[in-house]
Design a protein around this ligand. Structure first.
Ligand code: BG6
Length: 282
């Protein structure tokens, strides 16, 4: 099969389907600039997408939402910012013998300026290549005054069974427990992170890569530019409060997010920032 990129309709959303000669594929929605599916060559679906997701009516539950210019409720903007509910445009698409790549773009408009008074350009580049996925976010300050932002690639990984998952690589790093009371920092002391209850940890200054093992094999998770890692799973009670997730779906998903949140990124006029997350099937 030849590599290709085609425009498709995905649950009513305009999207690009990327495919490579080796049969890796991905679906990238223009709504939210959100990757909604990634199937590596000879592999299975690696991203969780809720069967109860709402498409085009608020945030889409699953895939890789882009959080910008605000992470979660760390400010006065809508939760996780407005990029995940904005319509992006296609800036570039390219294929080669063994890869497919697409770049989506989002720029300020009257609605964004009403919420956040800063001209900006965002570019999200998604590239697939055999067993590898690269996501790169570029932020450009296209205005005349400085601005600062927080951001994350809020990656929802699909896992076979959450309690079989083992996450390595966070040992010794400090984190804020977003479920705990108070603002104190804790330090991860386990060799591996296991999942047997709700978790919402914001790790700081993590040197990667991380390694996630579950029944279905191992996934290497690397990043550049994003200093932080968010690990989130709502567990049973949290899941029950999320109306766009089926009741036991918390067992099928784990968010491991490349993030820049513990300190805001400041950009002067014309300055550019890049952050990248790479997933590799091992
Ligand atoms: O439901 P939302 O707005 O998509 O957020 C999902 C989760 O996103 C995570 O990044 C946060 O750490 C969690 O606290 C939050 O619940």
């Amino acid at each position: 099969m030849a590599a290709g990129i085609e425009r498709i309709d995905f649950h009513g959303l305009p999207a690009l389907r990327l495919s490579t000669a080796a049969d890796a594929s991905a679906v990238l929605s223009l709504y939210g600039g959100q990757l909604l599916s990634w199937v590596p060559a000879r592999g299975r679906e690696r991203l969780y997408l809720s069967e109860r997701a709402r498409f085009g009516n608020g945030p889409v539950r699953g895939g890789v939402p882009v959080c910008f210019p605000q992470f979660a409720a760390q400010g006065t903007l809508p939760r996780h910012g407005f990029a995940r509910t904005s319509v992006w445009t296609v800036a570039e698409q390219r294929t080669g013998d063994d890869f497919a790549l697409a770049t989506l773009r989002l720029a300020d408009d009257p609605q964004s300026l009403a919420l956040w008074p800063h001209p900006f350009t965002l570019e999200l580049t998604v590239a697939i290549d055999g067993g590898r996925l690269d996501l790169e976010l570029e932020v450009i300050n296209s205005g005349h005054t400085p601005f600062a932002f927080t951001s994350a690639l809020h990656t929802y990984l699909r896992v076979a069974e959450l309690e079989e998952c083992r996450l390595q690589g966070l040992h010794g790093f400090e984190y804020r427990d977003a479920l705990g009371a108070g603002e104190g920092l804790r330090r991860d002391s386990g060799d591996v992170l296991l999942f047997d209850g709700p978790i919402d940890r914001h790790y700081r200054n993590v040197e990667r890569p991380l390694l996630l093992r579950d029944d279905g094999g191992a996934l290497g998770i690397d990043a550049e530019g994003f200093p932080d890692v968010v690990v989130w799973n709502p567990w049973e009670d949290g899941n029950a409060r999320i109306d766009d997730m089926a009741p036991r779906d918390f067992r099928r998903m784990l968010c491991i997010e490349a993030a820049a949140i513990h300190r805001r990124i400041a950009l002067d006029p014309s300055e550019t920032w890049h952050g990248r997350q790479t997933l590799v099937c091992l």
